[in-house]
Design a protein. Structure first.
Length: 461
């Protein structure tokens, strides 16, 4: 049924529910209503008997007269009939009863110890409802019997059943009207969502999805809108990524090709062969570093997008101060003219040492390229964690540039591919650290703030 239209599905549910209720009512109605009408019939019989034969009557002739039917009285199925019956089954006065009914009345009356009693008897396929009232002396062997046949009760039950059944049939036949209305009310926003989803599937995600309700459909629309917005931003990022990658890789490739072609033609752009080859080698190294950083950033992006990104990162304790000192010793030779300031407090970090080596090297590489004469590397521990600062005395950062430095290809003035600081941000995010840049009195500082994790005692992470 799931492949049927929604209107048909809703109508099927409504019609099935109506049919089920109808069958349940058809099964229970005769029993429940029958008991109610049976009780009402006995109360009617007792009231009629009390009015026809008051307890104060002491004259037998008066009893006989009251027991004799009035010829002028119109007899209907609702009429209560009366008879004076002896214990042997003989009728003294009153309405006639079949012999089978008289035998049943005689047995019940003779065995009755209470003043009154309610009884039913099956007579020739019909049910007789009667009330027996024993008379006091001197009429001990005579009982007043008031009765009604089941025709009235059965007619009431049948009439009520037919009326209820007619209502259920009408509801069953007309249930398609609210089903169609409800289906259209539910499917209208779903159809609009389908159009938007189709547009997203066709990569047309410029038009936002209106979210004007808070029910399940509204929550679905909000989720699709978030997906559309993320896809749009991802598409823009991919286009920008391709443009920046092509631009960043094209420059060193063009230099290498142009220098190689010049050397082949016997021309040395840098004056001699060795200096020209050095340029080719430096551009090749720059190209290699860009590709290596690009692949490493893709790896970090994969780890960041994993369902359990925090569990995907190794968390082995290592000495961050020694890692930073080692990175400085390896890289300071690139700018022998710089003055280096190192203030490294002992700090133990729980994380991936290989990733933090890459992060520290990128921070130092950035400082070396922009420093005028000095680089200061400081690592300080405090009550809630630790702070790593790599400062250079280069020109201050423009505010617009400062906020985009840690984005992929967000290179500032004098930058290369714009991947190094993006790698630092990804590694910091994976470890729950914060990275930011700020202008200082002596230049520019790039800082990484670590927060102590309570579940790791003295380890800072």
């Amino acid at each position: 049924m799931k492949n049927r239209p929604l209107a048909f599905q809703i109508w099927t549910v409504v019609a099935g529910t109506t049919a089920g209720v109808g069958l349940l009512v058809a099964a229970l109605l005769p029993v429940v209503v029958g008991r109610f009408f049976t009780k009402e019939m006995f109360e009617t019989i007792e009231n009629a008997q009390a009015m026809r034969f008051p307890p104060k009557i002491a004259d037998f002739e008066e009893l006989r007269r009251r027991g004799t039917p009035d010829p002028s009285e119109v007899q209907t199925m609702r009429t209560v009939s009366h008879a004076l019956v002896r214990d042997d089954g003989a009728v003294v006065a009153g309405a006639r009863l079949p012999p089978q009914a008289l035998e049943h009345i005689a047995r019940t009356a003779s065995a009755q110890s209470a003043t009154t009693g309610r009884y039913t008897a099956d007579v020739d396929g019909r049910t007789l409802y009667y009330v027996v009232r024993r008379l006091p002396p001197p009429f001990r062997d005579v009982s007043v019997v008031s009765f009604m046949w089941d025709a009235y009760r059965d007619r009431l039950v049948r009439t009520l059943s037919l009326q209820i059944g007619g209502v259920l049939v009408a509801v069953f036949l007309l249930s398609w009207l609210p089903a169609v209305w409800l289906a259209r009310r539910l499917t209208r926003p779903l159809v609009r969502l389908e159009e938007h989803v189709q547009a997203i599937a066709d990569r047309r995600w410029d038009k936002p999805i209106p979210v004007d309700r808070r029910d399940e459909i509204g929550r679905l629309a909000a989720s699709i809108e978030r997906m559309r917005d993320r896809l749009k931003r991802q598409d823009e990022a991919e286009r920008s990524f391709l443009q920046r990658v092509s631009h960043g890789l094209k420059t060193p490739v063009m230099v290498v090709r142009s220098y190689a072609q010049a050397i082949r033609d016997g021309v040395f752009p840098q004056g001699d062969l060795m200096q020209s080859v050095d340029i080719i080698e430096r551009e090749a190294e720059r190209l290699e570093k860009g590709i290596r950083d690009l692949l490493y950033l893709a790896k970090l992006d994969y780890l960041s997008s994993a369902p359990a990104a925090a569990d995907a990162v190794a968390r082995e304790p290592f000495a961050l101060d020694r890692l930073v000192a080692s990175a400085v010793e390896r890289m300071r030779w690139r700018r022998p003219d710089l003055a280096w300031e190192l203030e490294l407090a002992p700090v133990t970090l729980a994380g991936d040492a290989e990733q933090w080596t890459a992060a520290v090297e990128n921070l130092i590489d950035n400082a070396i390229r922009h420093a005028a004469s000095r680089v200061a590397v400081r690592l300080a521990a405090h009550e809630n964690g630790a702070m790593l600062s790599v400062e250079n005395d280069g020109p201050p950062l423009d505010e617009n540039v400062r906020h985009q430095l840690f984005r992929p290809f967000g290179a500032g003035p004098g930058g290369e591919f714009g991947l190094g600081l993006a790698i630092v941000r990804r590694i910091a995010d994976l470890h729950g650290a914060a990275v930011f840049a700020e202008n200082t009195d002596g230049g520019v500082a790039f800082k990484v703030e670590f927060v102590r994790r309570k579940d790791e005692g003295g380890t800072t992470t």
